[in-house]
Design a protein. Structure first.
Length: 324
């Protein structure tokens, strides 16, 4: 009688499973069969610097991979040249006190660029310096989610080199925490100072959607320097600022040139809490610009809210739910 074969346990090989590590990879993020850039972080502090040179179609990338707050360790990525530009740049940093900086150093012309940035939880800093023209037939869109924590975002439209003849869109979501959201025009510290300041051309659409979400947030828009913007007839400056659920402050200043003839579309919404508005549009065109719905809107929403107009400002203002 034949003996039965004895059962011998064995290990079966399974498919390879990749666990995302700190670093970057190239993959199609928008379905056009072209590579895009995705950067992944972890729960530690990451530093990410991106220098975007669309005119030369190249990208310079630095990533602190071990989360120790510098770019000098073995394994860190420092000034790595990627010999291409990307339609989409996606950054997911998760937890930790992260630092993200994006800098565009040449003009966008006839192209698309979308930034999707999530800094995750922690007291994060995100900065965008655009010393470039968003040219005709160009769509530039950035969306930043700051997540939980007392975060800071600065969008700097650099003096003497920034302008819009296409479409530029900046979206910021503060998330939980006491956040600071700033849109400004100035020179970043590494650039030379002492230059003659000139207005920025706006002959397309520049839109800002800024949401404080929960927490006592401070939103500042300072476009009052260097003659502000030359808003041409096809130019449109659009702002939607929403403080969210707590007591927030919105400090907003615009300035346009004497030759401006375009349109402002401005809405500041306090939402809930005891909010403070400080607002002013300095129109050097003496009425040459237009206002959507014939006025800028300041709506305090629920709570005891105050709306202060800057001395000498020129904009017609509709006030709702404000004590003054």
């Amino acid at each position: 009688m034949a003996r039965k074969a004895r059962y011998r346990p064995s290990l079966e090989s399974l498919e390879t499973r990749l666990v995302p590590a700190v670093g970057y990879r190239l993959l199609d993020l928008n379905g056009n069969a072209m590579p895009d850039l995705q950067i992944m972080g972890n729960a530690r502090k990451q530093i990410v610097h991106i220098v975007d040179d669309p005119a030369a179609n190249k990208t310079l990338l630095s990533i602190d991979r071990n989360g120790d707050g510098d770019l000098d360790d073995p394994g860190d990525i420092k000034d790595e040249l990627l010999a291409t530009g990307f339609d989409v740049i996606e950054v997911k940093l998760k937890g930790g006190k992260d630092i993200f900086e994006y800098q565009a150093i040449s003009d966008f012309t006839g192209t698309t660029r979308e930034l999707r940035v999530s800094t995750g939880s922690g007291a994060d800093q995100a900065t965008m310096n655009l010393q470039s023209l968003i040219g005709a037939d160009t769509n530039f869109k950035s969306t930043v989610w700051l997540g939980a924590g007392n975060d800071r975002f600065t969008g700097n439209l650099v003096i003497n080199s920034f302008g819009v003849t296409g479409t530029g869109e900046f979206n910021v979501h503060g998330g939980a925490g006491n956040d600071q959201i700033t849109m400004t025009r100035s020179n970043p510290p590494e650039m030379e100072t002492g230059t003659v300041l000139t207005p920025a051309t706006l002959n397309g659409l520049l839109t800002m959607n800024l949401y404080g979400d929960t927490g006592q947030d401070r939103t500042m828009i300072d476009f009052g320097v260097a003659g502000g913007f030359d808003i041409q007839s096809a130019g449109r400056m659009q702002l939607r600022s929403d403080g969210g659920t707590s007591s927030d402050a919105m400090l907003v200043t615009f300035r346009n040139t004497s030759t401006s003839s375009g349109t402002y579309d401005l809405q500041l919404l306090g939402n809930k809490g005891n909010d403070l508005f400080s607002f002013g549009v300095f129109d050097e065109s003496a009425g040459g610009v237009q206002f959507e719905n014939d006025a800028a809107l300041l709506d305090g929403g629920k709570g005891k809210d105050s709306g202060l107009l800057s001395p000498g400002q020129d904009a017609p203002v509709a006030k709702l739910n404000l004590e003054n």
